[in-house]
Design a protein around this ligand. Sequence first.
Ligand SMILES: NC(=O)c1ccc[n+]([C@@H]2O[C@H](COP(=O)([O-])OP(=O)(O)OC[C@H]3O[C@@H](n4cnc5c(N)ncnc54)[C@H](O)[C@@H]3O)[C@@H](O)[C@H]2O)c1
Ligand SMILES: [Zn+2]
Length: 533
Amino acid sequence: MLGNVYLCGPPGAGKSSVAPLLAALWHGEAVDVDALIEAADGRPIARIVEEDGEPAFRARERATIAALAQRENLVVALGAGALEFAENRRAVEASGVTVFLDASLETCERRTARQNGTRPLLREPGALARLHAARRPRYLGAAIRVSADDEWPQGVALAIEARLNDARAPARGGERTVRVKTAKPYDVVIGENAVRDIAERVRPRAGGRVAVIADERVGAVAEIVEAAYAAAGFAVSVTRVRADEALKSMDGLAMLYGALVEARVDRRGIVVGVGGGTIGDAVGFAAATFQRGVPYAGVPTTLLAAVDAAIGGKTAINLPSGKNMVGTVTQPAHVAIAPEALHGLDERDKLSGYGEMLKYGLALDAQLYRTMRENERAIVSDPAHALDVIARCVELKAESVARDEEDRTGLRALLNFGHTVGHALERVAGYGALRHGEAVIVGMRAALAISARCAALDEREREDADVHLAGLPVPESWRDLDAEAIVAATHSDKKRHAGGTQYVVLDAIGSSRLHDGVTDDDVRAALREIGLR
Ligand SMILES: NC(=O)c1ccc[n+]([C@@H]2O[C@H](COP(=O)([O-])OP(=O)(O)OC[C@H]3O[C@@H](n4cnc5c(N)ncnc54)[C@H](O)[C@@H]3O)[C@@H](O)[C@H]2O)c1
Ligand SMILES: [Zn+2]
């Protein structure tokens, strides 16, 4: 039980129109704090503030919120200033979930213009802009944030409902389940027992067998999976393979098919891949194509795979002519992420995963970015204990994947923030010289510089994030790479179209979009700015 749902946000975010729609979806009752005060008093808020003063109004607001906090199953539209007061924050936090309706200043201006005069605190010129900026940090403390620029309030209500359902999913010992709502939905379970309990979550059909294919470096995790299925009475075989880039080749694939034949697995069974992104890509591809497709479950053992590669269904092998040239989009049946699987990663793989995690914050969620930055040491030294932040990244990946399963609408592309230059660096440096996430860290620095030049990113915000990224211990060798070779390599990015390469740019931290107008000169300038020699 989550108690009440509290909607907060600036004036014009749509709290009052979304509340009844969400209440209908949520089988709750909608209440509007300002409307309750007006009904009890008989005067509109504007007159209460004018005649009795703001402190008197705030006292009534406090009493109203305190009374609502005693009830359950309400969808409460809070006044825009309510959360400025600690007493209100405590009441709200203790009795439910807070949802931030995040609407841009332009949206709020447009919507409040329609109700001119009824909002006493907005009469001064520029007042809305000031409130919008000043209160944002407070709203960002909400457990859930949804974009509220949509002029269709039902859409906003549906988005909130989806997030509430995730939050309401049964939790066991701090365990989280993120549902990936693709055509065929599946769960990503994150928690201490996620791997140990895997046989309870995903099973072969009658007569089916389990084939575990594991990176030889994570033998202990493979044993846990094996024991889980054996204890549940299934026939299970384990194959250990060397998980380097050579596995993602025609020869590697032939070997994997051989292992599946030997394991006598068929379409009633399941293939479980235990390892990092290399295992996910290669074993996922083998499962997706063997006998026209055997269900696949992923047990990611690198941070990078846990927050990214294991979710979304992209599988691939390489051709001599290029990386990931042959592949499928085949969603897994299940993903299990447990801390015990993430132990033993070397320093560079941890940093690489942290780099990949930062893209979620920088591109989509400013609050997440701040949390990751504040907890950088803890996450990088022991990612296994950062399950909360991992879960948030998984949630963001799951949302983008569900809304853009086939990677067509551009939504999923936002997760390529920093990747155009990042991929180019990996390629020019020679694959393997830089870890993927290390290249992405440098690529994100370039993308920040590009965003300051070509989008609305504030120079101060750019510098602040850049100082952070530049301080991460990425090997310095990239500085000696040839700028022209990097620029040329960005041209082969998959996001290339007739007019140029499409970049993910930021208008602010956490707010990204695709942009077509980035020129080679912009990229050159960005590379110079971040210190390419
Ligand atoms: N499908 C996607 O969406 C997607 C996304 C990103 C990357 N990828 C692919 O993922 C691959 C990179 O993935 P990765 O970074 O996870 O690397 P990886 O799977 O190659 O693993 C990196 C190294 O860590 C070892 N390792 C794995 N788990 C370990 C553990 N728990 N303890 C100790 N060592 C461990 C591996 O043996 C390997 O040497 C690339 O092939 C990339 O193309 C795919
Ligand atoms: Zn990546």
